[in-house]
Design a protein around this ligand. Sequence first.
Ligand code: FPP
Length: 240
Amino acid sequence: MAAGLPRHVACVMDGNGRWAEQRGRERTEGHRVGEGSVVDVIETSYACGVKWLTLYAFSTENWTRPDEEVAFLMGLVQRALRKHAASLHLRGIRCRFLGGEDGRIPPSLARDIADIVELTSGNTRMTLTVAFDHGGRDAIVHAARALVREGVPEDAVTEEALAARFQYPDTPDIDLVIRTSGEQRVSNFMLWQVAYAEWMFPPTLWPDFRAEEYRACLEEYRRRKRRYGGLDRIDEMEMI
Ligand code: FPP
């Protein structure tokens, strides 16, 4: 499915709590089962040839959730990192964590994150970005602060100059955002990078969003692109 494949896909993994509540279980159980969907989406992206995949795992707003839920999510991600680091590296997947610029991530998890980022930094097959303690506005504020810190003159403050000061300036714009659970909101997710993205809102709750449905979204993206008469978006914009 290489032709018409989005270069950069992002998932807003929503609905874990509702999935658990519908089954009379603790909300954290939804996060735990949701890890299986994370694995499915990474493996399917890898198999299909998606080069950039970003997963929204924890927002700057998520710190306001109950302490036990926050601690559970920190632990879940830490265990997942330890469990999957070697196989991600073996497959040539570069792992990055977007966010965490205010030093709120617990030190032992921050160390594990730094380790996997370092271990996989030379990989080129696919880039997996985990947005973790990420907020779109927060990222823009940090980039703006860098401009000020560097004394960039007003005339030199351009879109390119700001974008160059994001945490990972080489990240291409997002082509497709999939937000599960039927909620149709942006929720402060990578505001700069979604400027031209296609959005899909499957009603499926994240723990039930598995390989087959993800593949269907990639197919749907290809059909949407075909409505541009065979031209990709850049060509289309250049014609206007
Ligand atoms: C949103 O559902 C989901 C989250 C806040 C956490 C997502 C995290 C994972 C799936 C953990 C695995 C991640 C990695 C990278 C291993 P919600 O709790 O807001 O659900 P609700 O809207 O139904 O309450």
